[in-house]
Write a protein that binds this ligand. Sequence first.
Ligand SMILES: [Zn+2]
Length: 587
Amino acid sequence: MVWDLSQLVESEEPEFLIKKLEYMISDAEVFRNRYYGNIQDFNAKELLELLEYQDWFYLKFEGVTLYCQLLYSADSTNRFAKRLNNIVNNTSVKVKESLAFLENDIGKLISKNPTLVSDPMLSEYKHYLERINRRQPHMLSEKLERLTIIKDRNGIRAWQMLQGDWLSTRTFNIEIDGEVKTLPYGEIIGLYEDSNRDLRKQANQVVYENLGNDEIIWASAIRAICGDHLRMCKLRKYPEPITQSLIANDVDWQAINSLMNTIENNVALYQRYMRLKAKLMGITKLANYDIAAPLLIEEKYSWRQSREEVTQAYTDFDGEVGDWVDEMYEARHIDGEVRKGKRSGAFCSRWLAGKSAYVLQSFNEKIGDVYTQAHELGHAIHAYLGSRAQKPSNNQIGSCIAECGSIFGELLLTEHLLKKVKTKKEKQVVLVNLLDEFGTAVFQVSARFFFEQSMYDSIERGEFLDGETIANLWTSARDKIYYDTVDWLEVMKWEWTMKVHYYIANYRFYNYPYVFAYLFVFALYRAYKKEGKTFVPKMKKFLASGSSKSPYELGLELGLDINDERFWEKGMKQAEEFIDLLEEISQ
Ligand SMILES: [Zn+2]
């Protein structure tokens, strides 16, 4: 249950690790001296050499940087890990500074000589260069880019920090078993999914009431952040507030517009699920604190059982994939132990040089933890395939595609568990677990997208965004999705105040890639169910493509057109089948 990080480095001796990080800084300087100011007239062969050199540089230092970061994630109370993490952060800032010119200069080169992008010699870097080409027209001069970093440090980033500091320093009083307890934010939000309904209600009430009391701060922050974004869009020549995000995610508006239209056309499906869940919980109507609530007392899963179920789920899909999943356990690349100082949540880090990955989670023997394991191992399979087939530069996968292997893995686990579990109750738990995730990622997250859009529309109309105005936009977007299926506590109108992504510096429209990924994968799963084993090599090729192609091209290779609403409808159809099944077994 504890991972083995020693494989990442030649030696775990502190002196060795620190020395290697020092080399990273000096090697980046060598890299800079070799290419700074020399790129403007490069031919295809010279550009290829540069790109391969960049990949080589990445692989050379990947192990040591990953080692330091993972060591710290696993135990932030370890003083040595803390120190190393600090050194690796400083190192990466210095390296970034040294190499910051690269993208700008490559961008200038290919905008001067666009034929380079499709030069056969550079075929493996084609899409990498296309993406730089798309960003290039929006880059500012080096002087202005620096100025932007300086003004953000005390501007947007200060708002972001304030929000983070507020959440991490406030405490909340809540009565548990007749005793008033004072809990920090990180702990009280754990009660949102408690099996005790009254506790869930209280936790929501106390947190959002407190957030609402400071609405004046949050409204000021949101106004400043949105206003700054609109100014920067003008300066960087983005036609719409969402353009920057579309470019970062390697997608076009047409695809996202089709996706969001499909959501609007299918809200009744989600509302049907909300009513069904209320029935399963034995209540007439859900309250907001029931949406993500667990349905029944859950079966416990040991680590060994979890390994067996997850490996079997992937093996049922494909033997090779199943072997790779098992190898992740066997090679001790998964850290599941629950310990103090460990980072919360779960993640998977690619280790390209080792053609593998590392997974971190806190395994508490719940069915949700088995799902998290299947999810993170889906990321690992994505990394196994991508690192074998692609250059390191083609492993910078945008958020729309990055979640596809992992969500597909969750569906494989669902299929496996549905076959395996015996009782009606167990089947309900499996399906509700899946549909809760789907509903949140697809519908609830879409409400956040509609909300964000409506704020920019409101500014456009010349309205002033004070706390109440923003709260109104929030509840309208929310009600568009839930209609009358959920009773909301009055204080839930302040929910937007704690959503970290509305405060992230220079990144708006954070949300829709999750909607994209879930619905995309549900549509893929439907294709798998229809085509059977002939679908397997297609799926493996898709995951092996990394970021060497755009999501649109990847879809076409699978015979699917993401610009067409009919494609997204297939994902909805798959969700509907799961809801039908849940209703059928619950009669
Ligand atoms: Zn994920």
